[in-house]
Structures are given as structure tokens and as C-alpha cells.
Design a protein around this ligand. Structure first.
Ligand code: ADP
Ligand code: TRP
Length: 320
């Protein structure tokens, strides 16, 4: 089974990214061959500062290696190191119905958020289809926001195969497992666009200050509280064992527990969890040759496969 996912290098990682995307991606390592790539071509739809993009890609590599990416188990590479992806994207474009792309929510959402309405942003799902199809991936674990793109990939692959013969493996429909939305310090979805994040590799004092700022209701220490309505608890439970979570929930319900105390407990969990990762990241940063060599080797391996798939597609359409 080939599982694949991509991550855009477009900002500093926060708890929402970690629990919503990074941890699930790293879990795949336990389940067979996994592919993970840095979607820098895609990032061009939102990042127009070259230095920021360059640094962003390296940051993602450092983040994932620090968080436990095992290069023996995961083929890790940068999308733009496989330029075949863009050629395949064109071959897919010519069979992709406009209506299919017009129905994509993510384009409309991004334009509504202020991203420029470019052709690249509109064609984004076709490039994503090329990423998936070029590596013959059959399982694509993605978050809720990306499920429609996997459906689109299937439609495009089926259409292409119908016209030109059996070239692509059709990926399975997106997996239904939902990762809960991680709330930010203001209680909305944690997102870098909302300025409500707790960064995992940022300044520790800042992370503490942000945790202490998490919005709660105004119940007093003595009051009984509902853990399921509390933003602090929603974050605490991500780190806690089942037993710890139950114990903390019971204390909420009994009364006598102040939000300040839970925030401190949350920060302690945060610190204990991320300190080893932060140390690893600092070490890696001193050894950038290693980081570059990981990406180079990943690219070499991925490219061999990509070249093979592209050749089949070129032959099928009559370019060879
Ligand atoms: P942001 O909202 O900060 O811009 P992105 O849209 O770049 O984050 O998301 C990158 C990945 O992290 C996606 O896979 C997305 O599903 C996941 N993610 C982002 N924020 C959250 C969140 N608050 N809860 C769960 N997953 C999230
Ligand atoms: N569009 C995805 C995101 O924003 C990233 C991505 C690009 C991707 N190509 C992919 C994910 C292929 C899975 C498979 O999160």
C-alpha cells in the first residue's frame, strides 16, 4: 500500500498543524510504505516572497525530521525536485472538465480569504492529482479540507484512463477518519491566519504566554465545569493519556479546579512533549548538509518512479 501526502511550506507550525496533519502523517510510517513531500509548487499560489519560500521548504524539512520522520520508512522529498509533476499536470489539464474545478470549495474559500484569484490557484487540484498519480499512490490520507481534491484526482484519473487506456492507478476514495479541529487561544479554529496559534518550535516563553491567554468562560474556581466546552481541556486532551484525561475531566465536573491550573498543566505537557523535538531541531540546524542530503536522496528515489509514470502517460497521449 502506498500512502502519500503533501504539506505546504507556508508558515511556522502550530498545534493545529501538529495534531491535525503532522502526527497523522508520521503515524503512517507504522503502516507500510509512506510518501511525504513538501508541496512548494503549490505554495507558490500563496507565497510570493522567494526567500520566504526557500526558507519555508527547509523549515518543513527540519520540522518533520525533528518530529520523528524516519527516512527509511518514508520517502521524503521536495515537490519541485520532481519537475515531471508539472508536465503531467498539463497532460491531466487537457482532460479535466472546467466544471469539476469550478465545484471545488477550496478555491472559493481561499479567494474569499484574500488570496489572488489566479489560474494557478484554480488549477491547484490538477497539480495535486499529478502529485498523487505520478507516484501510483493508492491511499491518500488527507484532512477534511483536502478530501474533495482526492475525489477530483479520482475523476481525472478515470477520465484519462477512459480516453487513453490504462495508465494510472485509481486512488481509493478519501479515508473518512476525521481529525478533530484544534482550537486556537481565542476558541476559533487554530490557524496562522487568525493569529491565535501556539507555535511548536517558536519561543517557549511566547508559547506559555499564549497558553495562559486561552479564552475560557468566567466560572470561578469553586464552580462545576464542563470539560467538553473548554478550549483549555480540548488542547490538554491531545497530550494526555486516557487516564489523565479522565482524571482531569472528573476534576472539572467536581468543581474546585481553576482554569489557571489547567493552563499550567497544559503548558507542562506542551513543554515535556516538544522539548526533545526542539533539541533535535536545533541539532539538525547545525547539520544542514544532512538535511539537504535527505532531500536529495528522496528526490532521486521519487524521480525514478515519476519518470516512469510520465513516460507511460506521454506514450499514451502520443507525445512519444
Ligand atoms: P493554517 O490554517 O494555519 O493556514 P494550513 O491551512 O496551512 O494551516 O494547514 C496545514 C495542515 O494542518 C492541513 O492539513 C490542515 O488540515 C491542518 N490544520 C491546520 N489547522 C488545523 C487545526 N486547527 N486543527 C486541525 N488540523 C489543522
Ligand atoms: N493541497 C494539500 C494541502 O494544502 C497539499 C498537497 C499537495 C497534497 N499535493 C498533495 C496532499 C498530494 C496530499 C496529496 O494540504
Amino acid at each position: 500500500m502506498r500512502k502519500r501526502s503533501g504539506i505546504q511550506p507556508s508558515g511556522r507550525l502550530h498545534l493545529g498543524n501538529y495534531f491535525g496533519m503532522m502526527k497523522p502523517a508520521l503515524e503512517l510510517q507504522k503502516q507500510g510504505q509512506a510518501y511525504l513531500f513538501i508541496a512548494d509548487y503549490h505554495a507558490l499560489t500563496s507565497v510570493t516572497d522567494a526567500a520566504a519560500l526557500r526558507q519555508g521548504s527547509i523549515d518543513v524539512a527540519l520540522d518533520f525530521l525533528a518530529a520523528g520522520l524516519d527516512t527509511d520508512k518514508t520517502l521524503f522529498y521536495r515537490q519541485s525536485d520532481i519537475p515531471e509533476v508539472t508536465e503531467l499536470s498539463w497532460l491531466l489539464s487537457v482532460v479535466t472538465p472546467m466544471g469539476l474545478l469550478e465545484r471545488c470549495h477550496s478555491y472559493k474559500d481561499k479567494v474569499a480569504k484574500g488570496l489572488p484569484a489566479t489560474h494557478g490557484l484554480f488549477a491547484y487540484p490538477v497539480l495535486m492529482a499529478a502529485d498523487i498519480l505520478i507516484m501510483n499512490s493508492n491511499v491518500v490520507p488527507v484532512g477534511r479540507d483536502q478530501k474533495q481534491h482526492v475525489e477530483v484526482t479520482r475523476d481525472i484519473a478515470i477520465k484519462f484512463n477512459n480516453i487513453y487506456g490504462q495508465v494510472f492507478t485509481i486512488p481509493e476514495p478519501p479515508i473518512r477518519e476525521e481529525v478533530a479541529v484544534v482550537p486556537g487561544v481565542d476558541g476559533q479554529k487554530m490557524s496562522k491566519s487568525y493569529n491565535n496559534t501556539v507555535e511548536i518550535f517558536g519561543d517557549l516563553k511566547q508559547a506559555r504566554a499564549n497558553i495562559m491567554k486561552i479564552v475560557t468562560d468566567s466560572k470561578s474556581v469553586a464552580d462545576k465545569k464542563n470539560p467538553d466546552e473548554c478550549n483549555v481541556f480540548a488542547l490538554y486532551r491531545l497530550f494526555a493519556t486516557d487516564a489523565e484525561r479522565e482524571a482531569m475531566a472528573a476534576r472539572y465536573r467536581e468543581g474546585g479546579l481553576g482554569y489557571g491550573e489547567v493552563k499550567k498543566a497544559l503548558f507542562e505537557k506542551f513543554e515535556a512533549h516538544f522539548t526533545p523535538l526542539r533539541k533535535k531541531r536545533e541539532e539538525l540546524q547545525k547539520n544542514m548538509d544532512y538535511v539537504h542530503s535527505v532531500l536529495r536522496q528522496g528526490a532521486d528515489r521519487a524521480r525514478t518512479e515519476a519518470v516512469g509514470t510520465l513516460k507511460k502517460a506521454r506514450q499514451a497521449v502520443g507525445l512519444e
